[in-house]
Design a binder for this molecule. Sequence first.
Ligand code: PLP
Length: 391
Amino acid sequence: MKSLARRTSALAQSDIRAISHLIRSTGGINLGQGICDMPTPAPIKAGAHAAIDEDCSIYSHYAGIEPLREAILEKAQRYNRIPATSPEEVVVSVGSTGAFVAAMLSLFDPGDEVILVEPYYGYHRNLLDLLGIGVRTVTTTLPDWAIDLDAIEAAVGPHTKAILVNTPGNPNGKVWTREELVSLVDILERHDLYALTDEIYEYMLYDGREHVSLAALPGAWDRTITISGFSKTYNMTGWRLGYAVGPERLVAPMGLVNDLIYICAPVPLQHGVAEAFAMDDGYFERMQADYARKRTMLCTALQDAGFGVPWPQGAYYVLADYAPLRTRHAGYDDDRQAAMSLVRDAGIGAVAGRSFFENPADGSHLLRFCFAKEFPVLEEACDRLRSAFAR
Ligand SMILES: Cc1ncc(COP(=O)(O)O)c(C=O)c1O
């Protein structure tokens, strides 16, 4: 038979899924995959139930139902301080991933290049690859994953069209500072580049850090597509609802692409999530406080177990250095082996560090842990880590 499309030949099941599978079959605790197991807020569920009962069952406008686009616009103005003025500047899609795909298809031709900051979120890397878009990486390192703006500028080549900014970031919790973003705008302007931002963890910040949206800074709006979603903020990764905000020139074509590939986001669920905007700000404060406690629980347990732990600035992951374990335990020679050994020794799933780097060697001493778990589950995971590696 004839071969399948070349673009799929390099696709493989991600390490994250492989570990999740192993954990399921051994009854361990999965701190690998970035899924939150907390409940979706009741008003959102009630809104979706009502919409189903009222037969809101037909396609909506391809860019989303009007009340949801209005609510997102208002949130983008108020929380993100983005100078959007019209719901025409909002596209609701099938997760932030759907918005990202629509943005890529409407902005890039095969052969165009995007700058990615390492460690990166693997889906960004792999989706760019799938669509034939080139990637230029700029590495950040410990202790604080500071952005080397000279390195970003040096990475701009003749085919570079955009940079991707993920703040707060997965996998390392890096929160871009206002100063870093202001300097980035200079680079965007000097080299006539676009920016795509992924701000899905925008409400998860620690130690008083602020979330700054690039599009809010002078000079950035015209060239920035801001992408976010509901999966993480409202514990609803399976609902598949996200959105993009940007100037009409950039998001109107995205809407047309969104129409072609999805027609629209699931309509009863759009009605449900619209209810999120009526919830008071106390929701975010409670969520932040809970995640801050969870971060402390996991980071101290990992430290007690002997890991090197850079405490994340935002999001809900810890990219920890397991290399110190090597001297006392067998089976921790590289990150893939370490992820397997951790399931065996502690019944804990984590993600091999190589998934986040262009050169696997750069992540070979790292494992990513997710702390978006119910308190009792996380407590049990922390106990397991401490007792497996008690010194
Ligand atoms: C940085 C980042 N962006 C996007 C997503 C996926 O978001 P969505 O569920 O809205 O597609 C994830 C999920 O882990 C993520 O970590």
